[in-house]
Design a protein around this ligand. Structure first.
Ligand SMILES: *Cc1c(COP(=O)(O)O)cnc(C)c1O
Length: 378
């Protein structure tokens, strides 16, 4: 089971709002099932802590956010919408990025069909070379928008920065901001004044305060993680208090399913990946790679049982893994197992996973299977 601590959500949102200032809108990025935390759980918690703007990747995610709302909020789709779903997106009042002319025309068709303007965010290509309108496309978009004023509300003008979490990208990001501002001037000179300008993700909001503009799209920090160690160090660097102001929301627990004695000289699990050099006790845990416990943690990961750190032995299976509980002789089936979080004096961090498996926090979190039960705790 995954537990989600509401007090941590409140802590993180309060911290972010205080740091970002009153004039900046905080859009909570809840793509990829709210970074693995669960859209249906995170959206109401975020609303209770005062967030009313949500960013998602796709139309499907937007529907899930909409269904989880307790009160009206803005939902912004930054990425994919199936061409057949653009009409529904406009009808439901979802806002979405326009990053090419195909999407602009689809928005126009939908708006004309519904006699309802499409709320669009023009995304500029400023140097990331992923998605966005280049200068020619922007000019073309301006023409279409000005020729169909009733069909569009330009809710935003935006871009995405290519790696604000690392200082090595400083020059590239500065170039991106210059281009963004040039395009914004062009837009305004053509009579289009976007409601909001936005470029910053978590890292940019902190490393480059000038990029905050009207709205920031914050993902990873909402969940209590810094985008990179570099960003954290830069933040605490010139502060007296070096404590991390963010708190983790997510914990992952399971239970011992079965216990077994292993004789010296036996192999454990599939193949020959673990060999018992002495007599030992093993606990079987009903968590496997299908849940998001990566197979690269075979013979490497650790879990907590009765306050002891226990090593994963053998290969991580699809639905199960085995741990060494030789040092925990009183462990019995039904005992709580902590996969992520605290137990007794120890804590297993997501970063322990990501370091061992050579993955980003983002990856570890988003691989947590949606079917794992999620529960809000205070
Ligand atoms: C994912 C994403 C964000 C949020 O990034 P974090 O590093 O998690 O804050 C912001 N903007 C866009 C376009 C994104 O895709």
């Amino acid at each position: 089971m995954i537990t989600l601590k509401e007090s941590s959500v409140i802590n993180n949102i309060n911290f972010l709002k205080k740091r970002l200032g009153k004039r900046v809108i905080l859009s909570a990025v809840v793509k990829a099932n709210a970074y693995g935390h669960g859209i249906e759980q995170m959206v109401p918690m975020l609303q209770r802590s005062g967030v009313n703007h949500f960013s998602v990747f796709s139309y499907c995610e937007a529907l899930r956010v909409e269904a989880s709302l307790m009160e009206p909020a803005t939902i912004m789709i930054m990425g994919y919408i199936d061409p057949n779903e653009v009409v529904d997106a406009v009808e439901r009042g979802f806002e979405f990025f326009v990053f090419n002319i195909v999407r602009l025309n689809a928005a126009l068709d939908a708006a004309l069909h519904l006699s309802k303007p499409a709320r669009i965010h023009l995304e500029a290509e400023t140097g990331m070379n992923r998605s966005g309108l280049d200068l020619e496309e922007l000019k073309c978009a301006i023409e279409t928008i000005n020729g169909n004023a009733d069909s569009f509300v330009v809710a935003g003008f935006c871009t995405h920065l290519a790696g604000a979490e690392s200082v090595s990208n400083y020059l590239r990001i500065r170039k991106q901001m210059k281009k963004f501002n040039r395009y914004l001037t062009l837009l305004k000179e053509s009579g289009i004044v976007p409601e909001l300008r936005h470029v910053a993700n978590s890292a940019a909001s902190f490393v480059y305060p000038k990029t905050r503009l009207d709205l920031v799209r914050v993902g990873i920090m909402i969940y209590g993680f810094w985008s990179s160690t570099e960003v954290f160090i830069q933040y605490v660097g010139n502060r007296v208090n070096k404590r991390d102001p963010l708190k983790r929301i997510l914990g992952w627990q399971s239970r011992v399913m079965s216990v077994k004695e292993i004789k010296t000289g036996e192999y454990v699990g599939y193949g020959i990946s673990f060999f018992a050099q002495t007599e030992m006790r093993m606990a079987l845990i009903p968590v496997g790679y299908s849940d998001g416990y990566n197979r690269s943690l075979s013979n490497k990961g650790r879990v907590l049982v009765r306050g002891h750190l226990c090593s994963v032995i053998g290969l991580v299976n699809m639905n199960m893994l085995m741990v060494d509980i030789t040092e925990v002789p009183d462990a019995v089936p039904g005992d709580q197992v902590v996969i992520i979080g605290e137990q007794g004096e120890y804590e297993i961090l997501v970063s322990a996973f990501s370091d061992i498996s050579n993955k980003l926090n983002y990856e570890v979190l988003t691989q947590l299977n949606e079917s794992i039960q999620r529960k809000i705790i205070t």
